[in-house]
Design a protein around this ligand. Structure first.
Ligand SMILES: NC(=O)C1=CN([C@@H]2O[C@H](COP(=O)(O)OP(=O)(O)OC[C@H]3O[C@@H](n4cnc5c(N)ncnc54)[C@H](O)[C@@H]3O)[C@@H](O)[C@H]2O)C=CC1
Length: 564
């Protein structure tokens, strides 16, 4: 799953209503000179195109000429000139999968053409705050010959983060809490326009306007993208369902945290690194940016004007640059993905398997993190799975997988994967990790297969030789579903500081079970499991006096995406 947040939340879904699957045709307000009309095709809300014939051509009001790649951060640092890109059509066809989840792309090397001023390294978008590059503001940097900066970064995953009060909870390692992680109270309930930058206000207004037609916006975005760059379509998964939802969520996240530079930069850097496994190249970013602006132009008609467009171009340009730079930096010390051979497959129940793999090269991660995983049966469909153990000396990695109805990846892993099969793994992510700088007690709630990262945390504490109290509540629907209880009880036998309490549904459910024990106000809390459990768990733990910033769990949004 993903970064921790302490907010209670909805299920993180959006854009699911209505027109999914591409109903209708859409008519643009204007027809650009070199858009789909020029190529004789018409954009639909689906994912393809057909020959134009009745004038219903869907494109942005004008080409987004400023959205252009400038190469990798490494190239720029080496003094390489920006690539020659004259407009949307000049972007060369990519050779590998483009960005799945995210939005923006482009780079700040040329003035934005929309009257909003230039988005250049020397003149960063004010939407990111006070004339300071978001990258500059977030951490220490090395100056490059071009005046841009590159962050210091180690090959290892981030250490545990301290809480970020801006999020009301643990700081995100990978992504900040999104609007969808919050109780419904408007699109950006935790955000006020007071003190917001002008660009942030404009962008949020756009997001508010498109929210009711989010699914159409997303479909139209992909239609524009694939019409203009048909070669990109084959590089996305055959089924775009989850993909389409992720776009808007990424936008919401970026928009919500537009003025929270450290949070935004952390999120985008993670996103940039994560996109390497899709084969995303700098040249893909302009293509996506053009499609994004085209879709917003079409569906944010009320709030859209030159000023708003300029704000989006600035924001997108900066967002893209951060992602491109972080990918380039990551490339210096980590592969884009790992191959991992299945070495054992242990079917614990008819629908739960413990799958152990051997990566083809060292895989550094922290206990409590998760990875993204692709099976050979469903190419380009990636799902998140938490590591079910702390790093091992033999380098093996284990995952607990439950096959869920209609879950492509989970069913493949439980019912088809066998020793010898080769999977692909993305980079580690997530910050539900142990803070070894404190000796606070740890209260851990694991529901169902959510026990996997809890087991990893326990092993991590054991390996550090700490004697802090660790209390694990392991929830399951029945005795039979406590598929890993033997392992947990063995750990308890070995470690006097560990208490494991199985909680089988009945008189009480998992979060409520903690009320019979305690006090917990001196504990750090870790929640892992179904979304409903995490939501009610957060409420319960706050209720017993654990401050929000000491409650950690993975992103609810990613948990939704992981649920198949
Ligand atoms: N890092 C993480 O957060 C991880 C999350 N997961 C997620 O955990 C889930 C596990 O699914 P299953 O094994 O089928 O679990 P499940 O649906 O059988 O639930 C397990 C237990 O969680 C508790 N629970 C479930 N829903 C609850 C609710 N609404 N309120 C309070 N307590 C509730 C109950 O005690 C239940 O017995 C999956 O959705 C998976 O994606 C799995 C691994 C890691």
């Amino acid at each position: 799953m993903d970064a921790p947040t302490t907010t209670s939340a909805d299920n993180g879904t959006s854009g699911e209503n209505g027109a999914r699957g591409g109903g209708g045709w859409f008519t643009p307000r204007k027809q650009p000179a070199d858009g789909p009309a020029a190529s004789g095709v018409e954009v639909t809300a689906g994912e393809g195109a057909r020959p134009a014939g009745d004038g219903r051509i869907a494109t942005p009001s004008r080409p987004v000429a400023s959205i252009r790649p400038v190469g990798t951060g490494a190239e720029r640092a080496a003094g390489a000139p920006p690539r020659e890109v004259t407009g949307p059509r000049a972007v060369s066809a990519p050779t590998a999968p483009p960005p799945p989840a995210v939005t923006p792309h482009a780079t700040p090397a040329q003035p934005a053409p929309y009257g909003g001023g230039a988005a250049t390294p020397a003149s960063p978008p004010h939407g990111f705050g006070n004339g300071t590059s978001p990258r500059n503001a977030s951490r220490q940097h090395d100056a490059t010959p071009h005046g841009r900066t590159l962050p210091h970064r180690s090959a290892a995953p981030h250490p545990a983060h301290q809480a970020d009060p801006a999020l009301g909870g643990a700081a995100p390692h990978d992504r900040p809490a999104t609007a969808s992680d919050r109780p419904a109270a408007g699109l950006f309930p935790g955000v006020s326009d007071h003190n917001a930058s002008p660009d942030a206000i404009l962008i949020r207004r756009t997001m508010e306007e498109i929210a009711p037609v989010a699914d159409k916006v997303t479909s139209y975005f992909y239609a524009l993208l694939f019409v203009r760059h048909p070669d990109l379509r084959a590089l996305f998964p055959a089924a775009m369902d989850t993909q389409r939802d992720r776009l808007l969520k990424a936008l919401l996240t970026a928009a919500e945290h537009m003025d929270n530079t450290p949070v935004l930069v952390d999120y985008l850097e993670h996103l940039g690194r994560g996109h390497r496994k899709y084969g995303t190249q700098p040249a893909h970013y302009p293509a996506v940016g053009e499609a994004l602006i085209g879709a917003l132009t079409r569906y944010a008609a009320t709030t859209w004007n030159e000023e708003t467009e300029a704000a989006w171009v600035r924001a997108y340009t900066t967002i893209s640059q951060i992602m491109i730079d972080s990918a380039a930096e990551d490339e210096r010390h980590a592969p884009a993905w790992w191959h991992a051979e299945v070495v054992s497959h242990d079917l614990r129940t008819p629908d739960i398997a413990v799958v152990t793999v051997r990566p083809d090269q060292p895989y550094p991660f922290l206990a409590g993190q998760y990875t993204s995983l692709e099976t050979p049966w469903w190419p380009r469909i990636w799902r998140h799975y938490s590591f079910a153990g702390a790093p091992r000396s033999d380098g093996l990695l284990s995952f607990h997988v439950k096959a869920v109805p209609a879950g492509w990846v989970s069913n493949a892993l439980v019912h088809h994967a066998r020793p010898g099969d080769v999977l692909r793994l993305g980079p580690p992510a997530g910050s539900m990790v142990v803070d070894h700088t404190t000796d606070n007690g740890m209260l851990c709630l694991g529901g169902g297969t959510g026990i996997a990262p809890i087991k990893a945390l326990v092993e991590d504490v054991a390996e550090h030789g700490e004697r802090r109290p660790v209390e694990v509540f392991y929830g399951a629907r029945s005795d039979h579903d406590l598929y890993d209880i033997d392992t947990m009880l063995r750990l308890q036998q070995s470690h006097p500081w560990l208490q494991v309490r199985p909680v089988v549904d009945g008189r009480t459910q998992l979060p409520d079970a903690v009320l019979e024990y305690g006090p917990w106000n001196e504990y750090d809390a870790f929640l892992s499991g179904p979304i409903g459990m995490i939501r009610s768990g957060v409420d319960t733990l706050r209720g017993v006096g654990i401050p929000s910033e000491r409650i950690r769990h993975d992103s609810l949004e990613e948990l939704v995406a992981a649920a198949d």
